[in-house]
Design a binder for this molecule. Structure first.
Ligand code: ADP
Ligand code: MG
Length: 340
């Protein structure tokens, strides 16, 4: 047991040591169990019977200190454009997009999220206005409105911007069919936007949250992006449909965007207590080897609660295992650098 009187910074040190930049040799995935253990390590310091507010403030301090104890993230040489895609619904695309984006922004990066799902879940989680009539990615795709005119700054997190998706986007899949250069509308808009912002103004990361289908919206993302981040839910049917996704990627590479690479795989909703999760992790790693981040995201109620408060878990409960996992996953991704 940790001494309840031990200073915050000691606890933060311990947390930092445990969540250091590189996993211990032989560590395959970090598990919910390990994350939970860390939380219980911190509990004697935080005090179980403290009020939720006090606990959350303490957690926040721990996380902030833990972060400061490690080397800050340097900005990438050029903007990294990541497409978060998987045509399966409910695997954690949106959750991953907003939390990785928030984690990167909290570590000093300038991040743009493009919500490309008509459901607008990423916009909701980031508290970005997206009711009908708000200028959105729909206007960019269909009417060629510059992204700079539709993006909004996050009210919660510095260094984070988002392009909202409104319900209008539901019709875009069909409307795009008759539009000129229909699969490269987003690419053009993004390139213009990125070219306008240089130096300190430059975006370091662009994350595109795709809808759960392989239609024209996802195609626009695959043509606009360079790297793909595929979240895979650690459950039985996880790998089903992945073949189809990879075939689509090959098709896009061959005809539309030769630069595209599957750079990053993230295991989500990982449950360390089940052999199933471990089995899926093993299978995914056998196929994608070092492209799989060693940090897995545990199943966590806090992660799923955050959007209903218009927040990411990174601000909703920064000390929770889910937030720490996303912080670590984002860091790992940033430190690995772009893969070509
Ligand atoms: P997708 O965008 O792929 O459809 P979401 O990110 O919307 O998937 O996630 C689907 C559901 O699962 C959401 O209700 C979300 O809150 C929940 N969820 C995602 N990741 C986790 C997690 N690590 N733990 C618990 N719930 C999660
Ligand atoms: Mg989604």
């Amino acid at each position: 047991m940790t001494d309840p009187n031990s200073s915050l910074s000691e606890a933060a040190l311990a947390a930092a040591a445990r969540f250091g930049p590189h996993p211990a040799p032989g560590t395959r995935v970090r598990t919910a169990g390990e994350m939970a253990e860390v939380e219980s390590d911190l509990n004697p310091v935080v005090g179980d019977d403290s009020t939720p507010l006090a606990k959350s403030v303490e957690h926040h301090l721990l996380v902030t200190e833990g972060r400061r104890l490690r080397a800050p993230l340097t900005r990438p040489d050029e903007t990294r454009v990541l497409v978060v895609a998987n045509q399966k619904g409910g695997v954690g695309k949106t959750t991953t997009t907003v939390n990785v984006a928030a984690a990167l922004a909290q570590q000093g990066q300038r991040v743009l999220v493009v919500d490309l799902d008509p459901q607008g879940n990423a916009s909701t989680a980031l508290s970005i206005e997206h009711h009908r009539g708000v200028p959105s990615v729909y206007d960019t795709l269909i009417d060629g409105v510059p992204l700079a005119e539709v993006l909004q700054a996050s009210p919660e997190i510095d260094g984070l911007w988002a392009v909202p998706a409104t319900i209008d986007l539901a019709g875009a899949e069909i409307e795009l069919v008759s539009v000129v250069a229909r699969e490269s509308r987003l690419r053009r808009a993004l390139q213009t936007c990125l070219a306008e912002r240089t130096g300190d103004e430059r975006f370091d990361y662009v994350l595109i949250d795709c809808p759960p289908s392989l239609g024209l919206l996802t195609l626009n993302a695959l043509v606009a992006g360079v790297e793909m981040l595929i979240p895979i839910q650690a459950e039985y049917y996880a790998l089903e449909g992945l073949g189809q996704l990879l075939e689509t990627v090959e098709m896009v590479k061959a005809h539309l965007n030769p630069e595209l690479v599957v750079s990053t795989i993230l295991l989500t909703m990982y449950d360390a207590r089940t052999r199933l999760s471990a089995g899926v992790a093993e299978e995914v790693r056998a196929h994608f080897t070092d492209r799989v981040l060693s940090t897995a995201i545990p199943r966590s109620v806090r992660i799923s609660e955050a959007p209903s408060y218009g927040q990411t878990v990174m601000t909703y409960d920064p000390g929770s295992p889910g937030a720490l996992s996303y912080l670590e996953a984002a860091r790992e991704m940033a430190l690995k650098g772009a893969r070509r």
